[in-house]
Design a protein around this ligand. Sequence first.
Ligand code: SF4
Length: 101
Amino acid sequence: MNAPIPPQRPTLLEMASNFKEATGEWARSGFPIVEEKEYERRHRVCNGCDQWDSNAFGGVGRCHACGCTGFKLYLATSVCPLKKWAADLNKDGRPDSSETN
Ligand code: SF4
C-alpha cells in the first residue's frame, strides 16, 4: 500500500481565493462565531494535524492545506479542507452549540 500523498500547498492566489470565499460565507451568514468548546475541539484537531503550523503568524497558527490562519477556527462557517471538522451551523444557519465531544 502506498503512503498517502500530502496535499499540495495552496498558491498565494488560491489562498486569497480561499480567504475571500471563507469570509464571504461568514458575512452572508451574519458573522457567526463558535462557542469556546467548539473552538477548543477544532484547535485540538488542528494541533494533531500534519498540515498545522502552530508557530505561524506569531503563534496564531496556519493551516498549510488551505493557507488560512488560526482565526478560521473561530468562524462557525469555516470547514477543514481535509474534512477533519465541519462548519458549526444548525439548519437555520446559526452557530450550533448542541454538538458534544
Ligand atoms: S483545518 Fe484541517 S487540514 Fe488544516 S490544520 Fe486543521 S485539521 Fe489540518
